[in-house]
Design a protein around this ligand. Structure first.
Ligand code: MTE
Length: 321
């Protein structure tokens, strides 16, 4: 499996590579991959047509393509950057891009607290510095039944969790989004119980798929996508992938999460993508991949069955939805 991208502290490729050469690099890698037989990588690196990865991260070599099927390719970035759920700015898909220009995501502090040996407050750049950025292509499936395939850039959540040394009593990790009603207009309403909170069981946070993303498509996250750092949990419905995180808490109790608190009958704590459990108001059996005309069947655990099914053995996933 290929990964290892660039150390957070190493110079970015565009700082050391002349731009025309940099911009040609992906085509070079695509053809080189084909020549040396990297199969799925060459196919995926060539997609989407006419799209150039951004210059913020040196993310030529990526993980995650092997889980994509023959009829899947990376979603065109315009959709990822303009069709969003970020309820702090408003409920409509265009609210995040239209209403987030005043959102300030640097400087940014993250508090780590609760049941861990190393609680602290860190600037986000110090928070990510020890890690190697990785690029991972993951499906994101929203409960609203649309989905995308996104090339994220981020750091392993498992590595982050281990660094702060959870105590034996820690069973869950709670994540909290920033509270900034002056910059996030919808936080002045009671649309959701602010701040937005999400949580994972400790073993889910330690699963190698779990990512703390700082970018996508080779560039830093734009305001509508939850900068400077957000969670990405590809086998769960999109609402688990909490944006603009300011606090990570190690805890013994299952935390109360935003959507589960607001509408418990519709949004469970687990949020595992499960085509056999309908949302009370619509079916979850199929999804509309953004950019496609025909709906496709939704896959159990969003297609990451091999990587995550073992964590739920013995659990009734109809009851624990
Ligand atoms: N995080 C916060 N803080 N607020 C939100 O409203 N929406 C969630 C998730 N993270 C949300 C959030 C939902 S429902 C989805 S589908 C994804 O973000 C969408 O991420 P994207 O807009 O970057 O595609």
């Amino acid at each position: 499996m290929l990964h290892r991208i660039t150390k957070a502290s190493t110079p970015r490729s565009y700082e050391i590579t002349p731009e025309p050469m940099y911009l040609n690099r992906r085509q070079f890698i695509a053809s080189a991959s084909a020549t040396i037989g990297l199969g799925p990588y060459s196919k995926a690196l060539a997609a989407p047509k006419g799209f150039q990865f951004g210059p913020d991260f040196n993310t030529d070599v990526v993980d995650g393509y092997e889980q994509l099927g023959e009829n899947e390719s990376v979603t065109f970035p315009t959709s990822f950057f303009s069709y969003n759920n970020f309820n702090e700015f408003g409920p409509d898909k265009r609210d995040p891009i239209n209403l987030s220009s005043g959102f300030i995501s640097r400087p940014w502090e993250i508090m780590i607290d609760g049941l861990c040996a190393k609680p602290c407050v860190l600037d986000v750049d110090d928070f990510v510095r020890p890690y190697t950025f990785e690029s991972r292509v993951y499906r994101l499936r929203c409960t609203e039944t649309w989905s995308m395939v996104i090339p994220w850039v981020g750091i392993s959540l498992a590595e982050v969790v281990k660094r702060f040394e959870p105590l034996g009593s820690c069973k869950f990790i709670r994540f909290e989004t920033v509270m900034r009603p002056t910059e996030m207009p919808n936080q002045n309403t009671s649309a959701l119980p602010w701040p937005y909170v999400e949580a994972l069981r400790l073993d889910e946070a330690l699963n190698p798929l779990s990512l703390l993303a700082v970018g996508a498509y080779g560039q830093s996250l734009l305001n509508q996508n939850g900068p400077p750092i957000r969670l990405v949990v590809p086998w769960k419905y999109g609402f688990k992938s909490i944006k603009s995180i300011v606090r990570i808490t190690f805890t013994a109790e299952q935390p109360r999460t935003a959507w589960n608190t607001q509408i418990p009958s519709e949004y469970g704590f687990w949020a595992n993508v499960n085509p056999t459990v309908d949302h009370p108001r619509w079916s979850q059996a199929t999804e509309r991949r953004i950019g496609d005309f025909i709906r496709r069947k939704t896959l159990m655990f969003n297609g990451y069955l091999d990587e995550v099914a073992h964590m739920y053995e013995g659990m009734d996933l109809q009851k624990h939805f």
